[in-house]
Design a protein around this ligand. Structure first.
Ligand SMILES: O=C(O)CCC(=O)C(=O)O
Length: 244
């Protein structure tokens, strides 16, 4: 957990992402106030409105994509994963506030991501996120290799959503970390470990997200969310590898 400006010191990079988010938020709120036309949502996960979703064409003029494809981010992802990674998923999410008494669904519930046992997800908060804004939560030590790796262990296409209320019986109280944070908070996480989030109740949570994974996962278990339409000739070898 750090702040965006610790990693990207030039204000222009942040301002470009912020402007992109502002456009997304105003279009989303206008659609939500009307008939909901044009909102990008996935079945079963209607509480998250997406800026791009799957199958979009993108290039480096897309500000958040440009950040995700930057040397700074690829250095972190490739170092953490110990290989040249694939940038598999890039998007912004608007999590619509739910009634407090609503049941948690989908990724609002504890789960491990299916993609691989070692992957890196990024979340950049684009609003202040407090307890009522559906903060990201994580169980440190639950990723493969950690002390809780055997609690519903990660397996390809395994049982990655424990029944409601059962995780709390196997993980000691106090072991969950809740990532509230100001706008500009940047989280890096191996989501093969247990996590949940986006159960916003008081106000919408807006964030930018991306995922870096190994080429094996991309080939076997994961679909890339975008098509890169920029010029490949202008990219160095590992960036070209990450985006294609
Ligand atoms: O929305 C969140 O905070 C959690 C997202 C999540 O579970 C995921 O990206 O796998």
């Amino acid at each position: 957990m750090l702040t965006f400006s610790e990693l990207f010191e030039d204000a222009a990079t942040w301002e470009a992402v912020e402007a992109q988010a502002a456009g997304f938020v105003s279009a989303t709120e206008a659609a939500l106030a009307g008939e909901g036309d044009g909102l990008k949502v996935r079945e079963g996960k209607e509480f998250v409105v997406r800026l791009m979703s799957y199958g979009v064409d993108v290039d480096l003029t897309n500000s958040w994509f440009n950040v995700c494809a930057s040397d700074r981010m690829l250095d972190i992802a490739n170092t953490y994963l110990g290989l040249w990674s694939k940038l598999e998923y890039v998007d912004m999410w608007y999590s619509v506030p739910q009634p407090e008494e609503a049941d948690r669904v989908s990724s609002q519930r504890w789960h491990r991501d299916f993609n691989d046992k070692h992957l890196l997800k990024v979340f950049l908060y684009l609003v202040d996120v407090d307890e009522g804004t559906g903060p990201f939560e994580y169980v440190p030590g639950s990723a493969p290799g950690g002390r809780y790796e055997d609690v519903w262990p990660w397996r390809p296409l395994g049982e990655n959503y424990p029944p409601d209320g059962e995780l709390e019986q196997r993980i000691p109280p106090g072991s969950v970390r809740t990532f509230t944070g100001a706008k500009g908070t940047l989280l890096f996480c191996n989501t093969a470990g247990f996590h949940r989030g986006g159960f916003a109740t008081t106000k919408a949570r807006v964030l930018a997200t991306s995922t870096y994974s190994s080429p094996a996962s991309l080939a076997a278990l994961t679909e890339r969310s975008y098509r890169f339409t920029g010029s490949l000739d202008e990219l160095d070898a590992r960036t070209r590898y990450a985006l294609t």
